[in-house]
Design a protein around this ligand. Structure first.
Ligand code: ADP
Ligand code: MG
Length: 447
């Protein structure tokens, strides 16, 4: 493989990794040699090589294979140590990246405020992020965003970074994951450049650290993070932190860090609701439409997906991507039937998980008794029977053990639960009203 050969192969990576990643990480790679199944590339710094290796090695290897190159592994060498390239590089100035210029992670250009759909579950987090993105005086520090996986934390942080960069191009905005923070810190320790590291992080105007739960239990990284954090707060620099749970709930995080994190504004992203999911799907579908113009989506398909896939937005997006790709491949309208075929595995995986509390609530509603009577001691039949039905459904529809179910029915013994379950099983065969009730309740609960 020659340098030109690599340039061709490289082009294919542009769509795989996205334009920004491509410009920052792939374009600067210089092909150095291919020997014994190892393709080596010259990189400006060790960090650069490590980053590319961790994030893009698979993509690169894949493209090399596709081009027919006999490569088993890729390797990175520092530019100054690299063997001279076979031909001199063209004189066009390449964007080389000095270590100090890229302390952060690349931003995803798709994660903007424009593409963020706002709904009840995320409106507070969105408003807070907007406020920070205006770049006015710092009013709360840090902004702490937390919520389950795939609910838009990273999206919002990138959106803030984009917006700030747009409004104030000179502002030094640094975004990185807590993992990368640690990685850089450890590297600085190893290379005895801790002073540089400190200086670098203390010189930014806005610091964003994603997934901070990662540093839980990592003592020296926490220590360093804490000092960086304090130094920036003292200088009135804005900090944004995200995590998968509230500061107080992160185990293995020092108390003083928890309390500092709680000093700012703590907002959570709630699990998505139906309206938000539908909004996101509609937005994505519009986007896909610009790419696959001939595709038609039958009415009800997006609603069906919003209803059935309630896990996280990433899964929702993945489902839609697959659906469009599949439909464009077979050249058919996207009907409900096609959707069910194409996404059978995803739909199965996100079948709603029913909780005991939901069962108790629905059964109580259905039989018109109080929810508190579900767990209370009353033994009259009009209450005891529905309670047994709820026990039976809990056993059937959840994976909870009998003792576990007992605990949720006011601390009853597991034998009581077993008795209740058996009773209903017995009655069910003879009592058609009861079996109708059960059918209906199951349908209601399973959505
Ligand atoms: P998190 O960091 O909370 O795990 P991400 O920010 O990575 O989640 O979001 C996962 C995916 O879902 C991304 O592709 C993101 O663009 C998308 N997404 C999440 N919430 C929204 C939203 N409200 N509007 C549009 N896209 C969203
Ligand atoms: Mg994230």
């Amino acid at each position: 493989m020659t340098n030109e050969g690599w340039a061709d192969i490289r082009e294919n990576l542009r769509t795989r990794v996205g334009k920004d990643n491509y410009i920052t990480w792939i374009e600067p790679l210089k092909f150095a040699a291919l020997e014994g199944g190892v393709a080596s590339f010259a990189v400006p710094t060790t960090f650069f090589g490590d980053w590319v290796s961790r994030n893009f090695a698979d993509h690169i290897l894949h493209q090399l294979h596709r081009s027919g190159a006999a490569v088993e592994r890729i390797d990175f060498v520092l530019e100054r140590n690299a063997p001279a390239p076979a031909k001199p590089e063209a004189a066009t100035p390449k964007r080389t990246v000095e270590e100090k210029d890229v302390p952060g992670a690349p931003l995803d250009s798709r994660f903007t405020f424009d593409s963020f759909v706002v709904g009840k579950p995320n409106e507070l987090a969105h408003a807070a992020a907007r406020r920070v993105a205006e770049g006015g005086p710092v009013t709360f520090n840090p902004l702490f965003l937390y919520g389950g996986v795939g609910l838009g934390k990273t999206h919002l942080m990138h959106a803030v970074a984009h917006e700030l960069q747009l409004r104030q191009p000179d502002l030094r905005v640094l975004y990185l994951s807590a993992e990368q923070f640690m990685y850089r810190f450890v590297q600085a320790l190893r290379e005895r450049q801790v002073m540089d590291f400190k200086e670098l992080f203390r010189s930014v105007d806005v610091l964003m650290v994603d997934d901070v739960q990662f540093i839980a239990g990592k003592e020296s990284t926490q220590e360093e993070f804490f000092h960086t954090f304090n130094a920036l707060v003292d200088q009135n620099k804005q900090i944004i932190i995200s995590a998968d749970r509230a500061p107080g709930e992160i185990k293995g995080l020092e108390e003083r860090i928890k309390s500092r994190l709680q000093c700012g504004l703590v907002v959570d992203l709630h699990p998505t609701d139906y309206e938000l999911r539908l909004g996101i799907l509609q937005q994505k579908a519009e986007f896909y439409h610009t790419q696959y113009r001939d595709l038609v989506i039958a009415p009800g398909v997006l609603e069906f997906l919003a209803h059935r896939i309630s896990t996280n937005v990433r899964v929702l997006e993945g489902a839609l991507t697959r659906l469009f790709a599949f439909a464009s491949l077979v050249g058919r309208e996207i009907t409900l039937e096609l959707t069910q075929d194409c996404l059978a595995d995803i739909l199965r995986a996100s079948d709603r998980k029913v909780t005991i509390e939901e069962i108790q609530r629905k059964v109580a509603e259905h039989f018109n008794i109080r929810l508190s009577d579900m767990i209370g001691p009353k033994r009259v039949r009009t209450i005891a029977r529905p309670r047994q039905i709820a026990m039976y459904l809990s056993k059937q529809l959840t994976s909870r053990s009998l003792p576990d179910i007992g605990r949720r029915f006011g601390g009853r013994d597991h034998t009581t639960i077993m008795h209740g379950v058996r009773k209903i099983e017995e009655l069910m065969t003879a009592d058609s009203q009861l079996s109708d009730d059960l059918q209906m309740l199951k349908r209601l609960l399973q959505g």
